[in-house]
Write a new protein. Structure first.
Length: 262
């Protein structure tokens, strides 16, 4: 779920978060793949719905302003934040927030102030933060990828309102924490686009997010982390090692943080 390492999903996609000990793996799944009710089985999901035309989204820039391809109503980012704040602590669970996110596709025009791009790294742009959760827009240039990572045992949800991204899940094949050794194997891969919601499942938390070169477009993903965290575990498959890394914001409320050069 896309800091120094990321997530897994289903339709609205379901991501998985990484366990703090690095021993669990990340998994994606799609709600559509496992319909739990007649409503979910009907072709009313965002993926099945006919996409809206680009003209309806009124994008200023072809690359920066592709809106969610969905026939459902979209909501501005403040409405999403207000809705999250309206969920009680007891109800702020993986499934409840996942469902809420799937029913609240974000209006692209309401998040463009948070778009910052760098040819050298994907950018982490804070939209809202309190003690319970933070909302972030992550901007991906063509070809940019995250490290393989976990989410430090925190819950994570995401959607991709601009462009598309691929998620890759990993399983731990061998680990020795005393040496910082960890051998991973690839499991399933998934594609995120059109505001499909996803959640990171703590039982299968190790993943990577990629804006593949063949996608040939920029992408923006919206992430919700609960609780906010500033570190995670990062994994290197070349050396079969892992380590703790610190996380930083590129911008806060649309303004670049001190010392940031794009």
């Amino acid at each position: 779920m896309i800091a120094v390492a990321f997530l897994t999903l289903r339709l609205p996609l379901r991501l998985s978060g990484l366990a703090g000990d690095g021993s669990r793996r990340h998994h994606l799944s799609r709600k559509a793949a496992k319909p739990q009710s007649r409503k979910a089985a009907k072709p009313q999901s965002r993926k099945a719905a006919k996409p809206q035309s680009r003209k309806a989204a009124k994008p200023r820039s072809r690359e920066d302003r592709k809106s969610c391809k969905t026939s459902m109503k979209t909501y501005n980012i403040q409405q999403l934040v207000d809705g999250l704040n309206g969920i009680t602590d007891e109800q702020f669970t993986c499934d409840n927030v996942y469902q809420f996110l799937g029913e609240t596709p974000v209006e692209v025009d309401s998040i463009t102030k948070y778009f910052h791009w760098s040819p050298n790294f994907y950018t982490r742009n804070l939209i809202h933060k309190n003690d319970r959760f933070e909302v972030m827009a992550i901007c991906w240039e063509k070809g940019q990828v995250s490290r393989i990572h976990n989410h430090w045992d925190q819950k994570c949800w995401m959607m991709v309102p601009v462009g598309r991204l691929q998620g890759q899940n990993f399983a731990v094949e061998e680990i020795d924490e005393t040496r910082g050794h960890c051998r991973l194997v690839e499991t399933d891969a998934f594609e995120l686009k059109d505001c499909l919601a996803a959640k990171v499942e703590l039982e299968e938390p190790i993943h990577q997010v990629l804006n593949l070169p063949e996608f040939d477009e920029r992408a923006v993903s919206i992430h919700i982390y609960s609780k906010p965290y500033d570190r995670c575990l990062s994994y290197c498959r070349d050396t079969d090692t892992f380590k703790e890394v610190s996380l930083f914001y590129t911008s806060i409320d649309g303004r670049l943080c001190d010392g940031i050069r794009l």
